[in-house]
Write a protein that binds this ligand. Sequence first.
Ligand SMILES: [Cu+2]
Length: 285
Amino acid sequence: MNSLALINEFLGLPPNASEHGYQIDHILEFAHWFMGALFLGWSLFFIFVLIRFRKSRQPKADHAGVKSGISTHLEFSVVLIEAVLLIGFAIPLWAKRVNEFPSAQDAILVHVVGQQFNWTFHMPGPDGQFGKRNIDLVTNSNPLGIDPNDPAGKDDIVVLGELHVPVNRPVIIELSSKDVIHNFDLPHMRIAADAIPGSLIPMWFKPVKTGTYEVVCGQLCGLGHYGMKGTVVVDSPADYQAWLKERAELAGTQNAPPAGAQKAESPAAKPEQKPAPPAPSPSGH
Ligand SMILES: [Cu+2]
């Protein structure tokens, strides 16, 4: 934020913590000042007209109307400023947000899944590969339906409600929903997108300030909508690695008890787990 953020602060916009956020703030700030000027201008004009064309001064209506060209010029300027706002700022910024994704190599990849009424975060774990997800395998203990037979999913990290990301690295999110339309809204990062069942929605941001930031659901998604909150913690790289390590260890013990032996005994482990899938299926319905 800079000195030109009076209206943003007045409206309670939280401090920006993302790399692109200041551009959004500039547009918001400028659009509000412009709309404020329009409101003031039209209000003054309205009052002027009420007095100038009052009945006692103008008992008879004049069908010739306004002869001066001022109003045409004024309206043209308003259209011009609005066009500059839209074509000069809003559309290019939007195009950059949706077309210029950072490369996946140096980004943190996260699957974010909304459901009534919480957010689940899914990260690929140390191998960098997301395990397959299957909706038939969804249970209370496996909220994303990660396939236990997929080796890529063994080290996957699944966390409810609180995501950690490192500062100064782009985060690419793939957003989806298990039930109704939610909206993954990170006000401090100046991003929000709808989570739509059956769709995978990509979005990205780059946090530039460490801290704890709130995630809210931006769509009225049901009775518990008010409580559909989450947290994104932006860590220093060292803190992030520590969190990742802790989570990976936890995932190792949760996903596969003989974690150390799993990789070596992969072919042997598979038959043991094959009978497992039928069990979650009935309980899932
Ligand atoms: Cu929601």
